[in-house]
Design a protein around this ligand. Structure first.
Ligand code: NAG
Ligand code: NAG
Ligand code: NAG
Ligand code: NAG
Ligand code: NAG
Ligand code: NAG
Ligand code: NAG
Ligand code: NAG
Length: 393
């Protein structure tokens, strides 16, 4: 009887091994606003917040309850960061602690992510049902506080991603990892790959697949800083305290000094003029942080792993803003060009450059998907077929 059981168990193990054999593990790096954040509030200090939520961990993002009238003022106090003149950094307001919802190193792929809005379940099901991936075992994800963009916050992310990759590698019989990123996750991943040495990457990384990657920053971030995000949900005063914006404005290395991105009566701004722009806008603290953080994007080296840049195109996308006011309090009009609806085509030059700069032993593929949107790419069937070819060829 015991023998039979042993035989049965080893058969199961063999079977489990064989289905995961030769399959790169997947780690997904989500984009902006796609991680869940929790918060603990001391309501003695944060007096605009109801006593009923004192000192308990509650969902901060995305928590629809906080958009209700009795929480709205509280929400605006606690979602912002506060500039510390001494450390010259943004920090949590007093009486506030934040954390990521889960430690995704031990949990299901979708946990900790705001997946509903980007069709990430379809992406997951493709690998679970078509290719027998095991949720949380060889298909995983990593969340992060998307509001942050300092060297410190990015280094902390890199540390966690490195641990997740190494653990996933070990628990899947040394199968290499394919990093699949969406949008901002692309820059998070590129920054990560830049910090790892070649030996480590050779050992652990199968490939990097960047979907809708805004590797050179995004023009539409200019509009959020001027008008807020889905205003009045997240007003500009909150966004101007997120150091995220200090490293997400279009990178001058790609967008250049000639192309005008913002017109105002007295001054036109290229990607080289964002320090002035932030000051004119009244975001003086963010301007200070910008001086440090914008260097992060401009100093990226090629990823030096097999790299696939996939993005949507041929959809009307902001390429320039025209303000009637020098301080951006007036009317703002938008000029449109080609892109994925959020990122314009220029962004693809970051990948194009690697054709010259990356070690030629690594594969580089750049492919656009006409009429596929920034978010729609994730669950696009042509895209999933491309990924299948990369992973299972
Ligand atoms: C909240 O802040 C008040 C005032 O600083 C402090 O006395 C109290 O101990 C804090 N509460 C908690 C649970 O930390
Ligand atoms: C501001 O930063 C300084 C230096 O890091 C620190 O000592 C101080 O406690 C911070 N101030 C606040 C209000 O957090
Ligand atoms: C996640 O894990 C870290 C380190 O193990 C721990 O410090 C942190 O409290 C955990 N977070 C949650 C939400 O459980
Ligand atoms: C950011 O941190 C990395 C790794 O610690 C370091 O190599 C780099 O010089 C830092 N960059 C800036 C702009 O501070
Ligand atoms: C800004 O650019 C527009 C369009 O090219 C041009 O007509 C205008 O004169 C420029 N304004 C300034 C202040 O340079
Ligand atoms: C993209 O749009 C342009 C004009 O708007 C058109 O000429 C071109 O054929 C389109 N490209 C594709 C691949 O559909
Ligand atoms: C990249 O963008 C440029 C315009 O900036 C466009 O001409 C080119 O076709 C794009 N590349 C791909 C692969 O779509
Ligand atoms: C890289 O450059 C070569 C030669 O100029 C070209 O044939 C190839 O299509 C380019 N590859 C990509 C991914 O742009």
């Amino acid at each position: 009887m015991v023998r039979c059981l042993l035989l049965f168990v080893s058969l199961i193990i063999l079977w489990k091994c064989s289905i995961n054999e030769g399959k790169p593990s997947i780690i997904f790096v989500p984009g902006f606003l796609c991680s869940l954040l929790e918060i603990r509030i001391n309501t003695t200090i944060q007096t605009k917040c109801p006593k009923s939520i004192d000192n308990q961990w509650i969902l901060l993002w995305l928590n629809l309850r906080l958009f209700q009238p009795e929480y709205f003022l509280c929400f605006h106090e606690i979602f912002q960061l506060i500039y510390n003149e001494t450390s010259m950094n943004f920090e949590n307001p007093p009486g506030i602690q934040t954390r990521l919802l889960t430690n995704s190193s031990k949990s299901s792929f979708l946990n900790g992510l705001l997946w509903e809005y980007i069709g990430l379940d379809q992406f997951l099901f493709h690998f679970l049902f078509k290719h027998q991936y095991e949720d949380g075992i060889n298909i995983r994800s990593i969340s992060y506080d998307f509001r942050r963009g300092t060297n410190e916050s990015l280094n902390e992310f890199c540390q966690r991603l490195k641990e997740l990759i190494e653990i996933t590698y070990l628990t899947n019989k040394n199968e290499k990892i394919s990093l699949i990123s969406h949008s901002l996750g692309g820059s998070m991943t590129l920054n990560f790959l830049n910090q790892q040495n070649e030996i480590w990457k050779e050992k652990y990384i199968h490939s990097w697949i960047s979907l809708s990657g805004n590797l050179a920053g995004g023009i539409d971030n200019i509009q959020s800083l001027i008008q807020g995000f889905v205003s009045p949900l997240i007003p500009k005063t909150i966004l101007q305290t997120w150091d995220f914006y200090s490293w997400r404005l279009p990178n001058s290395f790609i967008y250049g000094t000639k192309r005008i991105l913002i017109e105002s009566p007295k001054k036109n701004y290229s990607s080289n003029d964002f320090f002035d722009f932030l000051n004119q806008l009244g975001a003086k603290q963010l301007a200070q942080v910008y001086l440090k953080s914008s260097l992060i994007l401009s100093t990226f080296s090629p990823p030096n792993v097999n790299t696939f840049c996939f993005f949507g195109t041929n959809i009307s996308t902001p390429i320039k803003y025209i303000s009637t006011s020098n301080t951006f309090h007036g009317k703002l009009s938008i000029l449109y060009g080609s892109g994925d609806g959020e990122l314009d085509d220029t962004n693809n030059y970051s990948c194009q450059l690697w054709n010259q700069t990356m070690d030629p032993k690594y594969q580089l593929t750049i492919k656009s998907f006409p009429y596929v949107t920034h978010v729609g790419l994730l669950s696009n069937s042509n895209l999933l077929r491309q990924i299948d070819q990369i992973l299972f060829n």
